[in-house]
Design a binder for this molecule. Structure first.
Ligand SMILES: Cc1cc2nc3c(=O)[nH]c(=O)nc-3n(C[C@H](O)[C@H](O)[C@H](O)COP(=O)(O)OP(=O)(O)OC[C@H]3O[C@@H](n4cnc5c(N)ncnc54)[C@H](O)[C@@H]3O)c2cc1C
Ligand SMILES: *[C@@H]1O[C@H](CO)[C@@H](O)[C@H](O)[C@H]1NC(C)=O
Ligand SMILES: *[C@@H]1O[C@H](CO)[C@@H](O)[C@H](O)[C@H]1NC(C)=O
Ligand SMILES: *[C@@H]1O[C@H](CO)[C@@H](O)[C@H](O)[C@H]1NC(C)=O
Ligand SMILES: *[C@@H]1O[C@H](CO)[C@@H](O)[C@H](O)[C@H]1NC(C)=O
Ligand SMILES: *[C@@H]1O[C@H](CO)[C@@H](O)[C@H](O)[C@H]1NC(C)=O
Ligand SMILES: *[C@@H]1O[C@H](CO)[C@@H](O)[C@H](O)[C@H]1NC(C)=O
Ligand SMILES: *[C@@H]1O[C@H](CO)[C@@H](O)[C@H](O)[C@H]1NC(C)=O
Ligand SMILES: *[C@@H]1O[C@H](CO)[C@@H](O)[C@H](O)[C@H]1NC(C)=O
Ligand SMILES: *[C@@H]1O[C@H](CO)[C@@H](O)[C@H](O)[C@H]1NC(C)=O
Length: 590
């Protein structure tokens, strides 16, 4: 009874945004979407409800409480306060971290969205937010959800936190499996993968449910005086055992201990026919290959990941930030940036990892270069000997006294542990809820060494540039064909990202112009290292040859594994393995 009311009220809420007169398109060639005649009935949904542990989800766009006439009314002030809060977004099945992924743009340019700014006068509609789904708490919930979505031929999305930078964890008219509440954390003093000889033991491993987020994982390992190779974001809301690792997973600790995938010992996964697999080097090694970097949302629903942990070591951190009086790179900034690119290989050899960015100051619009590095287990003398000269260069450029470049911060300081460093520099911050798009490329060490000036000249004009020095070291020591992750990572030293953004409600033609500029700049960036590729998790949605760009020569084996484990193609994501068999919305087979 309750369910049929639910289904009916959903219909009332959402039907205006779906064409009621749509022809029944649910032949096998196309997925069945909400509003289509084939959509599961209230009785079907009631059957599913009996099989899962939680009430079925009815995700809504996060701003919907601001529209009391069409939606259950709520506190719009709270929406305004929390809009940019990454945790608040991760805690909602209907919210993505990037607002633009909640919006749907029809091929005729019309938009379905639910904007926070009610003054824009746009009615709140469901956009690309899923319609119904399962709040999974255990493998049985996941199995029931997958069987349901498969048998009804639904457009399935898998979501943990909604951080996906290509919007892969949401889709219009879809059915969602939300793993956010799979928060189990189990520490193993010694771990032997299932099926391995008993002599194979890994000390201090940790198993994380696929809803665990980095902040929670870091707290758990820190309590055992260990560290994990993990991601960095304000508040630590990225998923620790979901999209991050399934796409590769880079970390400031990667040059010391490898990528996330290099640290994964075992996965559990539910496939599209509801089978639960354990994947490791001994059982289902092909699946293990694919899950280690072959892309999230592509082979099945991962329910847990077991990682190797590492000793807790002290580190040195080096932070420098500069500003200029110009919104374009002036001469001293160009000099300083070029020097940084020139010394990058030697900084890597000295044991540094970290990030640098070139971005306009939000209040003045003038550019500055900032760098934020870590040397694990190093001494102050080693740190100063390797990065000190760069700090000195910045100071002397500033000391020329004309005010065109100033050094705001320059610190080289010891920190007792990764956890202290993380908590000091990555507190909760207002960073989510924006609209934007990225371009990125992995730059191999040999290209940086051979053409540092060309690299610097190409990167300088890119706006909102963030470069992660997370390759090299341990990352480069793994055989590129050992697992699904992009082989380009094994030669890369720098992961370069640039971004463009816009305000909500920006007309689609303006957004398209920004995206065209991004595409042009991608052409220039790729040309630096055409044989390289890009990181699946932080990349452009507009790659002309995404399979090659993201998976290199591993793409062929990945495709075979995908067909074996997901013969019905239930798991398809933008630019992922197998997506080339589908149309742009991933609704109809080509
Ligand atoms: C603020 C921010 C900081 C970041 N920092 C880093 C960083 O330091 N290092 C780094 O490598 N990357 C980083 N990223 C990129 C990050 O790796 C990707 O956004 C990644 O997709 C996040 O995975 P998620 O599970 O948290 O997100 P989601 O959006 O929930 O999922 C991402 C993808 O994985 C799939 N997926 C989710 N759960 C499952 C599951 N249980 N089984 C199978 N598939 C699943 C989804 O379908 C989707 O395709 C960052 C991103 C942001 C927005
Ligand atoms: C952000 O959201 C989380 C989760 O909803 C909440 O606990 C936290 O207090 C919020 N932060 C702020 C600054 O309001
Ligand atoms: C654009 O397409 C959508 C979906 O088919 C339709 O509802 C809308 O009316 C169209 N808008 C215009 C201006 O044609
Ligand atoms: C909301 O939209 C109105 C109308 O376009 C605009 O004037 C206003 O600046 C916007 N408010 C915010 C906070 O963006
Ligand atoms: C959580 O882990 C414990 C072992 O630590 C296990 O007994 C339990 O079944 C797990 N729960 C889920 C939901 O996976
Ligand atoms: C699920 O698929 C696998 C691989 O295609 C197959 O071996 C297995 O028998 C299937 N299981 C069920 C329950 O259909
Ligand atoms: C850390 O540094 C100490 C002292 O230099 C050294 O003995 C130890 O081997 C180093 N540990 C690692 C993991 O590099
Ligand atoms: C660090 O290095 C710089 C330049 O290389 C030098 O001037 C400075 O004295 C050094 N500082 C320390 C504490 O060693
Ligand atoms: C920046 O400062 C320099 C030196 O004072 C000056 O020549 C230049 O015009 C300034 N640029 C801008 C954009 O203000
Ligand atoms: C693209 O490059 C041009 C300069 O060539 C620059 O003005 C523009 O801001 C860049 N766009 C992005 C998104 O980086």
């Amino acid at each position: 009874m309750q369910l049929s009311i639910l289904a009916y009220s959903l219909y009332l809420l959402l039907s205006p945004t779906f064409s009621a007169a749509a022809p029944p398109i649910a032949q096998d060639r196309c997925r069945c979407l909400f509003g289509d005649a084939c959509w599961p009935s209230a009785d079907d949904l009631a059957e599913l409800q009996k099989q899962v542990s939680q009430p079925l989800l009815q995700p809504l766009p996060p701003a919907s409480p601001c529209y009391p006439v069409s939606h259950p009314s709520g506190n719009c002030d709270e929406i305004h306060q929390q809009w940019t809060n990454a945790s608040w977004r991760a805690d909602q099945a209907g919210a993505m971290q990037g607002e633009n992924f909640e919006t749907f743009v029809f091929s005729n340019g019309t938009t379905s969205a639910c904007f926070m700014n009610t003054s824009l006068g746009v009615p709140c509609t469901q956009g690309s937010v899923p319609v119904i789904g399962v709040d999974a708490r255990n493998d049985v919930d996941v199995q029931a959800a997958v069987n349901f979505a498969g048998s009804h031929n639904l457009r399935l999305v898998v979501k943990s936190t909604g951080h996906d930078l290509s919007g892969r964890s949401t889709a219009r008219g879809s059915f969602i499996v939300w793993t956010h509440h799979m928060k189990n954390i189990t520490f193993h003093d010694t771990f032997t993968p299932d099926g391995a000889p008993t002599s194979e033991t890994h000390d201090h491993a940790i198993t994380l449910g696929s809803g665990v987020q980095w902040q929670e994982a870091y707290e758990a390992v820190n309590a055992k005086d260990r560290v994990l190779v993990g991601g960095l974001s304000a508040g630590g809301t990225v998923g620790a055992a979901s999209g991050w690792v399934l796409g590769g997973g880079h970390s400031v600790l990667s040059p010391s201990f490898g990528l996330g995938v290099d640290n994964a010992l075992q996965f559990t996964m539910v496939s599209s026919n509801g089978t639960r697999y354990v994947a490791n080097a001994y059982q289902n090694p092909d699946l293990f290959f694919a899950l280690r970097g072959g892309g999230g949302g592509t082979y099945g629903i991962v329910t847990s990941v077991t990682y190797q942990t590492h000793p807790n070591l002290p580190l040195i951190t080096a932070i420098i930030s500069t500003s200029t009086n110009s919104s374009t790179p002036n001469a001293p900034l160009q000099t300083l940036f070029s020097e940084l690119i020139h010394i990058t290989p030697s900084l890597s050899d000295a044991g540094w990892s970290g990030f640098f960015s070139l971005a306009p100051d939000p209040s003045t619009g003038t550019l500055g270069l900032s760098a934020f590095y870590v040397m694990l287990n190093g001494t102050i003398d080693q740190a100063n000997a390797s990065i000190g000269p760069f700090f000195s260069s910045a100071r002397s450029l500033a000391a020329s006294g004309d005010g065109s470049l100033t050094v705001q911060t320059a610190i080289i300081t010891p920190v007792d542990s990764f956890f202290t460093w993380y908590n000091t520099f990555f507190p909760q911050a207002s960073s989510a809820g924006t609209n934007g798009a990225l371009g990125s490329w992995l730059l191999p060490r040999d290209v940086i060494e051979a053409n540092p000036d060309e690299v610097a000249q190409t990167l300088l004009p890119l706006t909102e540039l963030t470069v992660s020095m997370v390759g090299g070291g341990a990352v480069s020591k793994v055989n590129p064909g050992a697992m699904g992750v992009n082989p380009a990572w094994r030669k890369a030293l720098l992961h370069t990202i640039f971004a463009t953004g816009w305000a909500e409600g920006t007309p689609v033609d303006i957004i398209n112009q920004l995206v065209d500029g991004l595409k042009q700049n991608m052409t220039t960036l790729r040309a630096l290292a055409p044989e390289s590729g890009a990181y699946f998790n932080e990349a452009s949605l507009f790659e002309p040859d995404p399979q090659r760009t993201f998976f290199g020569d591993n793409r062929f084996k990945l495709k075979t594994i995908k067909q074996d484990f997901d013969p019905i193609d239930l798991f398809v994501v933008a630019e992922g393995i197998g997506s080339d068999d589908w149309d742009a919305d991933l609704v109809c087979r080509l």
